[in-house]
Design a protein around this ligand. Structure first.
Ligand SMILES: Nc1nc2c([nH]c(=O)n2[C@H]2C[C@H](O)[C@@H](COP(=O)(O)OP(=O)(O)OP(=O)(O)O)O2)c(=O)[nH]1
Ligand SMILES: [Mg+2]
Length: 315
């Protein structure tokens, strides 16, 4: 049987404070009926994704989309069809959303989303709506006070909300001390902290998750963390992206996009190859390697969640 290919445009309408997102319930008599969804629907012939998004949100919610930016594209095989969910984050709209077709519509807190049943294709979208556009990776720093000053600046002035504590220069005990301090500071800003290292670190420190090196990623048979924690990993190619999907990583970095002083010998991917790899990745992907905030919009446009960087945020 040749499967039907269905292209759907859907909307992530996120509240200004990033705490809540709008979801709707599919009527019980349609495909995936009774499950919750991001409002949207199939592209009509000759429509672009954005045109379909505008039309569907008018039909289903009674709102006029003014500005939107790509969030994530998800390919998923259902038994009867291949679906492409083309998800946009809505940046500006007019009107008050309501269930124009009689469907339930609800603003849901990000930390309540997991208690709503969604179609199987939606897992990567749920991750994407909870993640910011920028992922700060901390630099090697000898001194804890200098470290905390720089982290505090990035949280306060750059609005960073996702941090990876990377400190290969520290002994395990010193790493834990720094992680405890970093966690306290991140909590003040409602930012998430991931520890770069072994998953067992979370037994000592209740951080938000763990970031795996690509080498560690490739050595694992299964997800080493509870679902309630974030698992991210470094990837550089298709094989590693597939492995990240297999063990259930929540998101990844993909690098190097550009040549960097830290890895001058490695061939960069460039935007073209990066986009091709991201298109079929089964989770949000941050572009890494010579990235600055100014690259974030372009990264989004080619399908990434955003950018990860040390240098642009660590000052
Ligand atoms: N809108 C939307 N559809 C989703 C999501 N997740 C998911 O698997 N789907 C699937 C269910 C459907 O098979 C398809 C969307 O089709 P739809 O029924 O909403 O299409 P439509 O609004 O154009 O409705 P219709 O004219 O075909 O009745 O995508 C999601 O989060 N939002
Ligand atoms: Mg629909």
């Amino acid at each position: 049987m040749v499967k039907r290919r269905v292209h759907v445009a859907a909307a992530a309408i996120i509240s200004r404070d990033s705490r809540r997102v709008l979801i709707a319930r599919r009527p019980s008599n349609v495909d995936q009926g009774g499950l919750w969804e991001f409002p949207g629907g199939k592209l009509a012939p000759y429509e672009t994704g954005f045109e379909a998004l505008k039309r569907e949100l008018h039909e289903e919610l009674g709102v006029e989309i003014q500005r939107a930016q790509p969030l994530i594209r998800v390919h998923h095989e259902y038994p009867d069809k291949h679906i492409l969910l083309d998800v946009w984050q809505i940046l500006a709209f007019a009107g008050e959303p309501f269930g124009r077709e009689g469907q339930a519509v609800r603003w849901v807190a990000m930390d309540e989303l997991h208690s709503y049943p969604f179609p199987a294709a939606n897992l990567p979208i749920l991750r994407a709506v909870m993640l910011p556009t920028e992922y700060l990776i901390s630099d090697e720093e000898e001194d804890d006070e200098v470290f905390l000053t720089k982290l505090g600046r990035a949280l306060r002035e750059d609005g960073i909300r996702l941090v990876q504590l990377r400190a290969k220069n520290l002994e395990p005990d010193a790493y834990l001390v720094r992680a405890e301090k970093a966690l306290g500071l991140c909590r003040e800003y409602d930012a998430r902290l991931l520890l770069n290292g072994e998953p067992e670190l979370l037994q000592s420190i209740d951080a938000d998750g763990v970031h795996l090196t690509s080498e560690r990623l490739m050595s694992l048979e299964r997800r080493p963390l509870a679902e309630s924690k974030w698992l991210s990993a470094s990837t550089h190619d298709r094989v590693q992206l597939d492995q990240a999907a297999r063990i259930g990583c929540d998101f990844v970095t993909l690098s190097p996009l550009r040549t960097t002083p830290s890895h001058p010998e490695v061939d960069p991917l460039g935007w073209h190859d990066f986009q091709q790899l991201v298109e079929t990745a089964a989770m949000p992907v941050f572009a890494l390697g010579g990235m600055t905030r100014h690259d974030a919009n372009h990264a989004r446009a080619v399908g990434a969640q955003g950018i990860a960087s040390i240098r642009d945020f660590w000052k």
